[in-house]
Design a binder for this molecule. Structure first.
Ligand SMILES: [Zn+2]
Length: 297
């Protein structure tokens, strides 16, 4: 497990203007090497920090330095040397909150290989998060192709008419993963893209240290993109995944299944008379869903 003090660094810039807040980067966030022929080192460094930035706001300046929290405290003049409580003056409060969340989930992160775990992923569409969502149970061996097929089949706003591209949190048109469904890859993909059949959830979580509260995103129709994303709701051991795959599912592939959805009755053939939507979804899901809506869409 990484030490939060060396994992999260403040990107500081001397020449910052009045009112600028300093963002925090997650140095364990893997950034793909880009073709360096056209860009100087400074530019590349800025790009890397931009991708490692913890929040989705603002931008990183060139000619910045990375400081530990303690160094930043001395430089900027606040008295915090640990990630706890309210954000200190000068530090981006969004970054700060997310770091605190990440640090507490790091403490729960198992020391075993992350790639051995499955997950419950809640997939939503941005701006329609309350209207329609799907809980997918995935095993470490589930390919992105399987996930894609479940989403395509179930989401009322998806069809095969446009390209779908998968990426990490916060990326959708500019995806660094560039994962496409196999059929679309074969028709339209570039050699640098990855076929969804060739990457599994286990490989992704291992490579990008994905854990609960992390996200993946998907862009649909790159001309007029609409954004889909999932939240890693729950980590599951392979036997827990297996158990859920054996019980009632809405639709499934070999290693993954949709186990819950909202609205609960569409496309489902077994109408349960008299049961309200709230009962079907359950209080826990309702609260979870509302919390998601409040925190971020
Ligand atoms: Zn920030």
């Amino acid at each position: 497990m990484a030490d939060p003090i060396t994992q999260f660094l403040v990107v500081y810039n001397d020449s910052s203007v009045y009112d600028y807040v300093y963002h925090i980067i997650d140095t364990t966030h893997h950034v793909e090497e880009k073709d360096s022929a056209f860009f100087d080192e400074e530019y590349q460094e800025r790009e890397r920090r931009q991708e490692q930035k913890v929040c989705g706001d603002g931008s990183i300046w060139t000619k910045s330095t990375e400081l530990t929290l303690k160094e930043a405290a001395n430089k900027i003049g606040f008295d915090k040397t640990e990630f706890e409580g309210e954000a200190p003056e000068g530090i981006c409060s969004k970054c700060w909150k997310k770091v605190i969340k990440k640090v507490s989930s790091l403490e729960d992160t198992p020391t075993e290989k992350l790639g051995n775990y499955g997950f419950r992923l809640r997939w939503k569409q941005k701006d329609r998060a309350r209207k329609e969502w799907y809980d997918l149970i995935v095993s470490p061996d589930t390919t992105l192709e399987e996930i894609d097929s479940l989403l395509l089949y179930n989401f009322s706003t998806l069809s095969n008419a446009h390209v779908r591209m998968y990426g990490l949190e916060g990326e959708y048109v500019q995806s660094s993963l560039e994962i496409m469904p196999k059929e679309q890859y074969e028709k339209a993909g570039y050699p640098s893209y990855t076929k969804a059949t060739e990457i599994t959830i286990g490989e992704l979580s291992e490579r990008y240290t994905l854990w609960t509260d992390d996200r993946l995103s998907m862009a649909y129709d790159l001309g007029h993109p609409s954004r889909f994303y999932c939240i890693f709701k729950e980590a599951l051991k392979p036997e827990e995944v297996e158990e859920q795959l054996q019980s009632d599912t809405i639709s499934k592939t070999e290693t993954a299944a949709i186990v819950r959805k909202k609205p609960s009755s569409s496309r489902s053939t077994n109408e349960k008379s008299g049961s309200s939507e709230e009962n079907d979804i359950g209080i826990r899901d309702k609260l979870e869903s509302e919390l998601d809506d409040i925190t971020k869409d």
